[in-house]
Each structure stands twice: as structure tokens, then as C-alpha cells.
Ligand binder design. Structure first.
Ligand code: FES
Ligand code: FES
Length: 152
């Protein structure tokens, strides 16, 4: 049995200790906002926050989540995430949308750490979040816009 906090609520799951957090979220807890892309920590689609840090949930074993705080796209609601979501809508960032929950989780973690990021900061933070629709230019623009919204 593993106990952890998910989006502010205590959750308990009775699964194999080496089950990836991504499977726990999607299959056990029916939280399907976090996406499966590659399964090998190479695309970023499954990004969630673990104790405030962005992690790839496909390569995070549930036994390592005991006692931790997990935040997913369904629950992320800090100032950075609110600004990111507003900027994403304003600039119409998503195309198919599949990668976007991971992009938003990664970008909101960046803005918490670095509220006024440079292009280089953005590229460094976002380079491992892949987008098959190549929305990279809009993502970068929207992160700058979100930083302005946060500052206002
Ligand atoms: S599904 Fe986890 S990084 Fe691709
Ligand atoms: S918006 Fe389609 S994969 Fe990113």
C-alpha cells in the first residue's frame, strides 16, 4: 500500500511497488489528463509535479512516491499555472493538444523557479518536452506572455 497526496487529497493505492506513477494515475485513479507518449522519459507528455518539481511519471515508481505530494494537470492551480493557462488560451498554443498537459506542467514549474525567463532559460527547461505538431514557437511566446501576466 502506498499513501501520497494527489492534488491536495490523500490517496492510497494497493499496487506493485514498481508500477509507474503514470499507470497509477491513469489506470488506478482514472486521472487521464496526464498522457502516455513514449514510456521511457523521452517526450515529456507524462510530466507531473512531485514535491513541486517536474518529473516524468512514466519513469517514477510508485514506491518512491510514498508520503510525497503529486500535482497533475487536473490540480495545478498556482499563480504560474494560472498565468500559463491564460496565455495558452490567448495565444491558442495547442494544435492536437496531446502534449500540452506535459508542456503546461513543465512550463509552470519553470515560471515558479524563474519568473522572468530568457529564451535560453525557456529552451533549456522545455527542450525535452516534445510536440509532434511543432507548437514550439507558440509555447515560447506564451511562456513570455505568462511571465508578463504574473508580473502585472
Ligand atoms: S511518456 Fe513519459 S516521458 Fe514520454
Ligand atoms: S499540440 Fe499536438 S503534439 Fe503538441
Amino acid at each position: 500500500m502506498v499513501t501520497f497526496t494527489l492534488n491536495g487529497e490523500t490517496r492510497q493505492v494497493d499496487v506493485e511497488p514498481d508500477m509507474p506513477l503514470l499507470w497509477v494515475l491513469r489506470d488506478e485513479l482514472k486521472m487521464t489528463g496526464t498522457k502516455f507518449g513514449c514510456g521511457v522519459a523521452a517526450c515529456g507528455a507524462c510530466t507531473v509535479h512531485l514535491n513541486g518539481e517536474p518529473v516524468r511519471s512514466c519513469q517514477t515508481w510508485i514506491e518512491d512516491v510514498e508520503g510525497a505530494e503529486v500535482t497533475t494537470i487536473e490540480g495545478v492551480d498556482n499563480k504560474a499555472a494560472q498565468a500559463i493557462q491564460a496565455a495558452w488560451v490567448e495565444l491558442q498554443v495547442p494544435q492536437c493538444g496531446y502534449c500540452q498537459s506535459g508542456q503546461i506542467m513543465q512550463a509552470s514549474a519553470l515560471l515558479i523557479e524563474t519568473p522572468k525567463p530568457s529564451d535560453d532559460d525557456i529552451d533549456a527547461a522545455m527542450e525535452s518536452n516534445l510536440c509532434r505538431c511543432a507548437s514550439y514557437a507558440r509555447i515560447r511566446k506564451a511562456i513570455h506572455r505568462a511571465a508578463d501576466i504574473m508580473e502585472a
